[in-house]
Design a protein around this ligand. Structure first.
Ligand code: SF4
Length: 308
């Protein structure tokens, strides 16, 4: 089947040692079976170092060093596995990151996760988020058309991209179309929900206490619009039914409001500052299955409004 990607996808490449917030710090990196076998069979002198760095407890993973750094991350930000052995020896997670995949009825989609600094820069600064390019073929069958979630999502992306109306007006219409009214719940209740979540970095718990459904959009609307388009792209195509789709759309709209609140409370006026906040929302919320589920459930149950 065909593999599709948003237009900006082909411009991505990891910025490695220039990355200020490397994915090789702070995350536990699991090692897949195939890579483990390849590492065990290595005759290269670095093979022993590699094997010694892997814990076999639960799923095999690299043991992080001080500061929660990957043991193969050099002080200059480069990856020792690539330097010693070449990119083909990266384990699956490192090879694939920050890509994610959605299976849809027209084929498979590949996107770039916003927790990655360079992907976030592309997402927030690129035009044409609703335009797709074909980037290859993959094995497997496209999903049957039982519930064409991606088609609903694409209609929402088209609504969002209609620049003839203000962003605020498009956002309002999108909420109505999805049947989500976040402002039907008090900001205090949303903040309590955010406070109840797990965090990779505890300082973000305090950051997120600024949440307000009324956060203004004006000064940063293009960045907010593109971030919302990314959330919709990533999360909505995976919906299994109408209830799930609405919950996922609500999660996306909630993330947009959180990003708008953070940008306002921190007086963000540059792309670089916005990238830091968007990455933070992404890694704390959408890269945590528990946090994503908690918000999706709350949004779906608390905020029903008439579907437009
Ligand atoms: S976060 Fe992105 S740009 Fe930074 S090191 Fe990881 S893949 Fe590369």
């Amino acid at each position: 089947m065909k593999l599709y990607a948003p237009k900006y996808y082909s411009h991505f490449s990891c910025i490695a040692d220039r990355c200020k917030h490397s994915c090789c710090v702070g995350w536990e990196i699991d090692v897949d079976e195939e890579s483990l076998r390849a590492y065990a069979a290595l005759e290269h002198p670095y093979g022993k170092t590699l094997m010694a760095s892997i814990s076999r407890e639960d799923t095999p993973h690299f043991c992080l060093t001080a500061g929660e750094r990957c043991p193969h991350l050099e002080p200059n930000g480069l990856c020792r596995v690539i330097l010693e052995l070449g990119e083909s020896y990266l384990c699956e997670i490192c090879r694939e990151h920050p890509r994610f995949y959605n299976d849809t009825s027209r084929g498979r989609e590949v996107g770039l996760g916003m927790a990655c600094e360079e992907a976030c820069r592309l997402i927030l600064s690129s035009d044409g988020y609703g335009e797709w390019i074909e980037v290859g073929e993959v094995s497997g069958e496209a999903l049957p058309e039982d519930f064409a979630a991606a088609e609903h999502r694409d209609r929402w992306l088209a609504l969002l991209a209609d620049g003839s109306r203000s962003y605020a007006a498009r956002l309002e219409e999108l909420c109505k179309t999805c049947g989500i009214d976040l402002s039907s719940v008090t900001d205090a209740a949303w903040r309590a929900l955010l406070d109840s979540l797990e965090y990779l970095d505890e300082t973000h718990r305090a950051w997120f206490s600024c949440f307000s459904t009324a956060a203004p959009t004006d000064a940063r609307e293009l960045w907010l619009e593109r971030a919302l388009a990314y959330f919709l792209f990533r999360h909505c195509a995976r919906a299994e039914d109408a209830w799930d789709l609405r919950a996922r759309a609500g999660f996306c709209l909630f993330c947009e409001r959180l990003l708008a609140s953070l940008a306002e409370s921190r007086g963000v006026d540059s792309l670089e500052a916005m990238i830091l906040l968007a990455q933070t929302v992404s890694e704390e919320l959408e890269y945590s299955e528990e946090n994503t589920a908690a918000i999706r459930d709350a949004v779906a149950e608390w905020t029903a409004s008439e579907v437009g």
